[in-house]
Design a protein around this ligand. Structure first.
Ligand code: ADP
Ligand code: MG
Length: 247
């Protein structure tokens, strides 16, 4: 599904990502972990095309996408959520999903109004399903800005799913959540995988990432320092040292 080959991104002298090899197989849930500043969000930004690569190549479903614009990658099936929530605060919950659905649509080349008229019922059903999945159906007419934090995170997820992704990149989705919300997020992630969505999960909350990931990749200073099953990675002395700092 996803294949990063010797991917690097430098910001001036900072090697945010430095020669990273990372693959995510079809239907897999891969956890990407590492201390703060280790290059996790930069990796997401490179996969989605927010920044150009300094060197290396990114392949998606066998096709090189290294130079494609973000919206083209989205159309191919790569969607993401942000570490710092980005919603249209002055639009309603429903409108936020509607915008996401429409900004990536139109593969058939139909005009906006034709879609609006012809696809409206179908689109509404789809939005209703996404809001249901996110536990937001009862909030559909609220402004996004007025949602509680956990609800905003769920709206981000619903919005990412509106693009019908094959690969979903989640950048610290559990940050700031309580343990009940984390449990619900875990169920949602597993349910998405069952529906065929491949997931790269960046996460600091170890109980979540260790519980759902098939495989874990550990970054430190932009480089992969370990890779393996959750148990293997947790037992790895290099990983322990990176997290505990020092020695
Ligand atoms: P993580 O998500 O693992 O906490 P990041 O990928 O956000 O780490 O950052 C990795 C490194 O790259 C950090 O040293 C950070 O300061 C730097 N960095 C990230 N984005 C930028 C940017 N747009 N400009 C300059 N430096 C950046
Ligand atoms: Mg980050």
């Amino acid at each position: 599904m996803l294949d990063l080959r010797q991917v690097a991104r430098h910001f001036g002298g900072v090697r945010a990502v430095d020669g990273l090899e990372l693959t995510v197989g079809d239907g897999e849930i891969v956890g990407l972990i590492g201390p703060n500043g280790s290059g996790k969000s930069t990796t997401v930004n490179l996969i989605t095309g927010v920044f150009p690569l300094t060197s290396g190549a990114v392949f998606f479903r066998g096709q090189e996408i290294s130079d494609l614009a973000t919206h083209r990658r989205l159309r191919m099936g790569i969607a993401r959520t942000f570490q710092n929530i980005r919603l249209f605060g002055q639009l309603t919950v429903w409108q936020n999903v509607w915008v996401a659905q429409n900004s990536q649509e139109d593969r058939a080349g139909r005009g906006f109004f034709a879609r609006w008229l012809g696809g409206q019922a179908h689109a509404r059903d789809e939005i209703a399903r996404l809001l249901e999945f996110g536990g937001l159906a009862h909030k559909q007419d609220e402004l996004a800005a007025n949602l509680a934090f956990g609800e905003q995170r769920r709206l981000e997820l619903a919005r990412a799913l509106a693009a019908k992704p094959k690969l979903l990149l989640l950048d610290e989705p559990a940050a700031g959540m309580n343990s009940e919300e984390i449990g619900q997020l875990r169920e949602r992630i597993l349910s998405l995988r069952q529906r065929g969505v491949t997931i790269l999960l960046i996460e600091h909350v170890m109980e979540l990432v260790m519980g759902v990931a098939d495989r874990i990749v550990v970054l430190n200073f932009g480089q992969k320092i370990a890779e393996g099953s959750p148990a293997e990675v947790q037992a790895d002395p290099l990983v322990r040292r990176a997290y505990l700092g020092g020695e």
